[in-house]
Design a protein around this ligand. Sequence first.
Ligand code: C5P
Length: 201
Amino acid sequence: MRFTIAIDGPAAAGKGTLSKAIADRLGFAYLDTGLLYRAVGAKTLQGVAAIEAAQVLVADDLDGDALRSPDVAQAASKVAVLPEVRAALVDFQRAFARRAGGAVLDGRDIGTVICPNAEVKLFVTASADVRARRRFLELSDKGLVTSFEDVLADVRARDDRDMNRAEAPLKPAKDAVILDTSTLDIPGALRVALDAIEQQM
Ligand code: C5P
């Protein structure tokens, strides 16, 4: 079966948790496309040119907790504005989306650019305050010292860059189901998502 579920939304809206749970439940493969941009961003912090890094990205580059750091997140959103970087990553994402057995991809432009024909599109969002609070707790749990204000500023800077870039800006596809997780817990959000998916299966 080829069945693609596209999940987009701003930073820390719960896309990753939700996507993994959906993929687990349905036995689908899961691709966190943010990791591709994070891997390119991490290379630029080491002095590699962004476009070159995107063109030679390999699976091993996607490994590592270091990719989850706030510095890498900001670097990722900076390289993500470059059309050449985005173009270099398209084929891999599209091939992943059409693999047999079904696939869940999460990112910013999956429903709009990468998989405009996805069988299901979800746009997962939450207020900036709620998202920053979640990210703050996540980073604190990992022992990464930071303040809530810094995390909120980071989330806002990334939202601004992701929504206002010329190429593949973050926005819901016209046919996306909007899922606001501000007042939902994980099981609640998962229930809404699975309902939307079941209607298309
Ligand atoms: O999803 P995550 O927060 O890991 O993504 C890091 C950055 O990568 C985002 O802020 C965004 O700029 C970029 N990105 C993108 N398109 C995607 C996935 C991520 O532009 N499909």
